[in-house]
Design a protein around this ligand. Structure first.
Ligand SMILES: [Zn+2]
Length: 258
């Protein structure tokens, strides 16, 4: 059963809408992910999880937003970042198009941490602007959030090792696209632990600092990729997808009915 909107004809999409299938919009990024991983890491991961989730809950997946908020790594070649207002506007227009066509549940599934707060704002704005005209709901979540505790329990790195291009993301790539990962290029690379992780335990505050540059020998890594493995990746991905399935199954359909 095809789940990607991009591979369907318009009447195939029409039929998905009439069956009231949820539509998942993956939001990714094009940005430096260390000397060992491709710049489309976040986009691939958001879309990969979206497809697995769609198969489990009978949903469809819209083409991913491949550019996100990546200003942090703008000094690294290959990083292409949108500004926050433009990113939000693009997401809002894509969301509006899907809702106007009749989708009743939009899931904005994030794969790049800095997109997250914007995705929440856009989800809010879609409801505020369109709920008089259309009966729908929007869910915004980053793919690692519902299963965060289970993913944390599988880690080999210390806390602070699973930020950006660290153990978690590197394991993800090793489990899904090993041919694009160059672990040998990590030899001698300094990748210190950071004060945050993609998964629990995580501080509720966010601190924004001066951005890293290649000139200061920064590797465009926040965390510890040396601890990554294909085996961990497979288990972490299973935990992430299971967490999302459970989240979707437990959603309250609306404020009116129960
Ligand atoms: Zn990433």
């Amino acid at each position: 059963m095809e789940v990607k909107l991009a591979y369907m004809t318009w009447d195939g999409v029409k039929s998905a809408i009439s069956k009231e299938k949820m539509v998942i919009l993956p939001t990714g990024a094009t940005e430096a992910h260390g000397p060992h991983m491709p710049t489309d890491t976040d986009t691939h991961q958001a879309e990969w999880i979206a497809v697995e989730l769609a198969k489990r809950v009978d949903a469809v997946v819209a083409p991913p937003l491949a550019y996100g908020i990546s200003k942090t790594f703008e000094y690294f070649p290959g990083t292409i970042s949108l500004s926050i207002p433009i990113y939000q506007e693009m997401l809002f227009e894509i969301g509006t198009a899907l809702i106007r066509q009749g989708f009743k549940h939009l899931l904005i599934l994030n794969g790049n941490r800095p997109n997250g707060t914007s995705n929440d704002s856009v989800a809010r704005r879609l409801i505020d602007d369109l709920d008089q005209e259309f009966d729908f709901m929007v869910t915004a979540v980053s793919y690692w959030e519902p299963g965060a505790m289970q993913i944390h329990n599988l880690r080999k790195s210390e806390v602070g090792g699973m930020g950006h291009a660290g153990e978690f993301e590197t394991s993800f790539q090793l489990a899904t696209r090993p041919e694009l990962v160059h672990m040998d290029r990590l030899e001698g690379v300094y990748a210190p632990l950071v004060g945050w992780d993609l998964v629990a335990p995580v501080t509720p505050s966010r601190t924004y600092r001066r951005r890293p540059t290649p000139e200061t020998n920064h590797a465009s890594i926040f965390g510890d990729p040396h601890k990554a493995s294909e085996e961990s990746g497979k288990k972490m991905l299973e935990a992430a997808v299971n967490g999302l399935v459970e989240m979707i199954e437990n959603l309250q359909p609306s404020y009116e009915e129960r």
